[in-house]
Design a protein around this ligand. Structure first.
Ligand code: D41
Length: 696
């Protein structure tokens, strides 16, 4: 329990004896100290120790107290400023026009309240138009241009004074050093510097390998990169800038009537504005923007933590003005927090299909982004060491999209005295076989193979799963029972199950037993791709399985292929090729395949569409990104593969060309920085036509 929770507990005799009034004063003081502490960790050390949601809760609690008891407000209250003072090493910059902050709305009700408040203050019941943007999770900066030339850049700091980070901002690739078009004599462009997700992941992977500090999230990575005293370091960080407005501007600027008008002008000077920018005509459209972006959130190439809505009409903005530190005409409408804090109660070790042993954190249940989370993966022993986590620790949990919740970090100052080490087992928790860890691999594996019932269960679950043989009605619980009662030992046994055996199981009526048999019968007609995937060869996912199927056409050929031959298949690298060869070298696996074929599993024979060595673009490597005007990316990939091109997911020095449609993001930037040839939609269509592909 934290110190502030203690304060109100009746068990604390001191708390009982003091009056309500001074208890509130004490609570305010504790909140101020705690929040100032968190601010320091966040802004100065770029190393937050609690999730934003926790910070926001405490800040709101303090705001509520100060609203009820204005006399308790102090000049140093965190409600009066945001962020810490600039680091002394940077020159300070006084903002000519304060960089305000944003008020928050946490749910639809608070957002509707904001809308109603704006209407009331404007004394109208008319619809209010809003400029809608994603809320980028980065660091706010101001960039001053004089006569079109970048002369100064500053952090937001406390809103009044920031730090001069001109040298660092000059290194950001999409920040122009010279504006283009019809720009005013003097203009301050404001916006957010952020690190796109692919760059963030690549950076952390490298840092991890070099045993350097990894960043907890892209926001800290952006902020940390900007406050490097050596701009050569900043230059190596994959940062981007996106404008959210302007500050001071000279009189020669012909001010548009709306914020969306300003955005168009800023864009015309060569500055990036957000692709998602939209104007909403009323509350319903604004809420729809929030909902839509919430769904898209995890497919965006950068991290956002909500949306920002700003009254679009500048005259109305003026009329509304601002309070304390935030404009009345804008609000940050946040998404549910993806990070929360809870206690790690225990760690279990799970055995997967390939014997990999995964430590799973059992948590005190906590709601993260609307879902109750009670388990999180700890990946492997290296991760446990990196996090330095112990049982009993307070940990920060993060849930992103549909992925399994992760433990992000440990709140070390809440570690209890009796916290205990997490001991990795030497023997399999299921079958007691030895656990082995291959040199250079992070994963520890049970050596029991199919002796281990956990591995057998998982292999069978995988075999019948939706993307594999897709046997409906054969759920996990049922498979657990079948294996535990020794009714099936390996996947081929599934096809010899009888109605009596199935109906004899717990919670299994005769009708559902028959349904399972029917589904098994149906699943026998499959495709080579599904069958290959179902076999559960290590690192052969659906994409690789389908590539193998279409390259070879016949299972027999895949079974006898050597590594060299396999390497010619799209998506197959050294490691996957070895896994495939090893899998088919096992007599046991070949036998199961034979049994499955005898049981009646079959697929239509298909002619291999092998891109022969003499295919026109054989040996070339390409990446596809953005939205192509002429076709979907899958279609584009298929055409390229027909021409012998290997299509990969990320741009590197080995990439021969990038096909970039509309809204291409970081892959395009990366290609440009590596001097990789870029084909737009038209150039791509021309390439296809040149090689005889007419797409209609
Ligand atoms: O994307 C953002 N993080 C963002 C931040 C945005 N899209 N718009 C913003 N607008 C403002 C006002 C309304 C005050 C001009 C902001 C911020 N402020 C902001 N960022 C950090 C503090 C304030």
């Amino acid at each position: 329990m934290s110190q502030q929770d203690d304060l109100f507990s009746a068990a604390d005799p001191a708390a009982v004896s003091v009056s309500e009034q001074s208890k509130t004063a004490q609570r305010a003081e504790i909140l101020r100290n705690q929040l100032n502490d968190y601010n320091h960790q966040y802004y100065v050390l770029d190393n937050p120790t609690v999730p934003d949601a926790e910070y926001d809760r405490l800040l709101r609690e303090l705001q509520d107290i100060e609203r009820e008891h204005p006399e308790l407000k102090t000049p140093d209250s965190p409600t009066q400023k945001v962020g810490a003072m600039p680091l002394s090493a940077f020159e300070q910059v006084a903002h000519e026009m304060a960089m305000l902050s944003l008020d928050n709305a946490m749910n639809a009700e608070e957002f509707a309240d904001f809308y109603a408040r704006v209407q009331k203050q404007l004394n109208t019941s008319d619809d209010i138009e809003f400029a809608c943007e994603p809320k980028l999770d980065g660091a706010a900066v101001s960039i001053l241009y004089e006569n079109g030339v970048l002369v100064r850049a500053a952090t937001r700091g406390d809103g009044q004074t920031g730090e001069n980070i001109t040298q660092n901002v000059r290194t950001i690739k999409n920040v122009p050093l010279k504006l283009v078009g019809d720009y005013p004599q003097r203009v301050e462009v404001r916006g957010e510097v952020y690190m796109p997700l692919d760059g963030f992941e690549a950076y952390n992977a490298k840092a991890l390998a070099a045993e350097e500090k990894v960043f907890a999230n892209p926001r800290n990575a952006a902020a940390g990169s900007l406050r490097q005293l050596d701009s050569k370091i900043t230059a190596k960080r994959p940062l981007e800038f996106c404008s959210y407005g302007i500050g001071v501007v000279s009189d020669d600027f012909d001010m548009p009537e709306s914020l969306s008008g300003i955005f168009q002008r800023v864009k015309s000077w060569g500055i990036k504005i957000n692709d998602e920018l939209t104007v909403a005509k009323n509350l319903i459209e604004a809420q729809a923007f929030y909902d839509g972006l919430g769904e898209k959130r995890h497919s965006l190439p950068y991290e956002i933590d909500g949306t920002v809505f700003k009254v679009n009409n500048l005259a109305l903005q003026q009329q509304l003005g601002f309070v304390a530190r935030a404009p009345r005409w804008a609000i940050a409408y946040k998404f549910p927090a993806v990070e929360e804090m809870t206690v790690l109660e225990n760690v279990d070790f799970q055995v997967g299909r390939t014997g990999a042993i995964t430590p799973v954190a059992r948590l005190n249940p906590v709601k993260v982004a609307g879902v109750v989370v009670s388990n999180a993966t700890l990946h492997n022993a290296d991760e446990i060491a990196r996090l330095d986590v112990k049982i009993g620790d307070t940990v920060i949990i993060r849930r992103a999209g549909d992925v399994i919740p992760q433990v992000v970090s440990v709140v070390t100052d809440r570690r209890p005295d009796n916290a205990s080490d997490i001991i990795f087992p030497n023997t399999c928790p299921v079958c007691d076989s030895d656990v082995e860890r291959v040199e250079g691999e992070a994963v520890a594996r049970c050596t029991g193979g199919l002796v281990c019932s956990a591995q057998r269960k998982e292999a069978i679950k995988h075999f019948v799963s939706r993307k594999a043989l897709d046997v409906e009605g054969l759920g996990d619980k049922l498979i657990d029972q079948l294996v535990e009662q020794d009714l099936i030992h390996s996947v081929d046994d599934l096809f010899h199950l009888t109605l009596e055996q199935l109906a004899g199981l717990e919670r299994m009526a005769e009708k559902s037993a028959q349904n399972v048999l029917d589904a098994l019968e149906q699943s026998k007609q499959t495709t080579l791709g599904r069958f290959l995937y179902a076999l559960g060869i290590r690192e052969v996912g659906t994409v690789t399985a389908n590539n193998l199927a279409s390259y070879f056409g016949f299972l027999q050929w895949i079974m006898v292929a050597d590594k060299e031959t396999l390497l010619a298949v799209n998506d197959v690298g050294d490691i996957v090729a070895s896994h495939i060869v090893n899998f088919f070298a096992e007599a046991h696996n070949r036998n199961i395949i034979e049994q499955l074929k005898l049981a009646g599993i079959q697929w239509p024979e298909q002619e291999p569409v092998t891109a022969a060595d003499d295919a026109p673009l054989s040996g070339k490597v390409a990446v596809i990104t953005g939205t192509l005007a002429s076709m979907g990316r899958d279609q584009a990939k298929e055409y390229l593969e027909q021409l012998g091109v290997k299509v990969t997911g990320s741009v590197s020095k080995k990439t021969d060309f990038l096909v970039a449609g509309e809204k291409a993001g970081s892959k395009l930037t990366k290609a440009q920085s590596l001097d990789v040839e870029v084909l737009d939609n038209d150039a791509f269509m021309a390439l296809l036509a040149e090689h005889g592909i007419e797409h209609v």
